[in-house]
Ligand binder design. Structure first.
Ligand SMILES: [Mn+2]
Length: 300
């Protein structure tokens, strides 16, 4: 690349080359998924990968909040093809792409797109033989206003509202949901019958954060963790442009604290979903981009 030029379709500070054959192993790779076909309220998360990446160019190499430079080697491999209107086909394409990443020893960071697509990277990690673990060892940390644990939504199994139910069917060690403040009775009753789903409400994040900290710290250091963030976990004041905004959410400060705890753990994958704006510089896109930037600053 020439001096004084930049590529706003690639995340800032990512490597120049995105040739997977030349990529260094044990690093992270960004994949965007511009899919929003099952969105039930606010559409537009197909623009998330573009607006989140573009917003990354307003951050410094030095991250003052953590007194750290962003010095990790990571790649931005662009967006996957999607099949609009077809959740299953889109997930199949993404799973194949993520499997290729994992086979090259690169851990996925997926930028959505709607939340249904989280299933594909988790499935790919679960199936991979390149890993020295299986899904029964994996904890999913899920930050969201919603549980996403409904069996079917509008008759569809493949939906943004059902994604954690599908993940749960893969039999992970545990799903820890944080920031919850919206649930159907069906979901709440389902959770009560399961011993590998822990729910921390938005109120819990404010009144007993130490319980969340303790819960995450209890995960063995060698055990893999996948982090899935639906940006609607934040209060709509910070992130108004989301598929399903719910008032009285958490603050970016809480996410910073959770990222700091997680950075000391064995992170195996990360996704950030549901940024639904097509406006460059929109506060939701900037806030989401900052979360990806903080993750990359903190992660080993
Ligand atoms: Mn949600």
């Amino acid at each position: 690349m020439l001096f004084n030029t930049y590529k706003p379709w690639k995340f800032a500070f990512s490597q120049e080359s995105d040739n997977i054959e030349e990529a260094e192993e044990n690093n992270w790779g960004i994949i965007g998924v511009p899919f929003d076909s099952t969105s039930s309220y606010g559409p537009g998360s197909r623009f998330g990968p573009t607006t989140v990446r573009e917003a990354s160019y307003s951050f410094e190499k030095y991250n003052i909040n953590f007194n750290k430079d962003i010095n990790i080697v990571f790649y931005d491999f662009g967006n996957t093809n999607v099949v609009y209107g077809n959740c299953k086909k889109t997930l199949a394409i993404l799973e194949e792409t993520i499997s290729e990443l994992i086979a090259n020893n690169i851990k996925p960071i997926v930028i959505g797109g709607e939340h249904s697509i989280s299933l594909a990277p988790i499935k790919a990690l679960a199936k991979s033989t390149a890993n020295d673990y299986n899904i029964e060892d994996m904890t999913i940390i899920h930050l969201d206003a919603h549980m996403d644990l409904i069996a079917e939504y509008q008759g569809e199994k493949c939906s943004h509202a059902t994604v954690m139910k599908r993940v749960h069917e893969l039999n992970p060690k545990e799903i820890i949901e944080i920031g919850i403040r919206s649930s159907s009775r069906e979901e709440k009753e389902f959770v009560e019958t399961q011993d590998n789903i822990a729910i921390f409400t938005t109120k819990d994040t404010k009144e007993r954060f130490e319980a969340i900290e303790e819960k995450i710290k209890k995960i063995k250091n060698k055990d893999p963790i996948y982090l899935s963030i639906d940006i609607d976990v934040l209060d709509p004041l910070y992130a108004p442009e989301v598929g399903n905004p719910i008032p009285n959410g958490i603050s970016p400060n809480t996410i910073e604290k959770i990222l700091e705890i997680l950075s000391k753990k064995n992170m195996t994958g990360f996704d950030l979903m549901e940024v639904a704006t097509n406006r460059l510089g929109d506060s939701t896109a900037v806030t989401a981009s900052k979360i990806v930037y903080d993750f990359l600053t903190l992660i080993k």
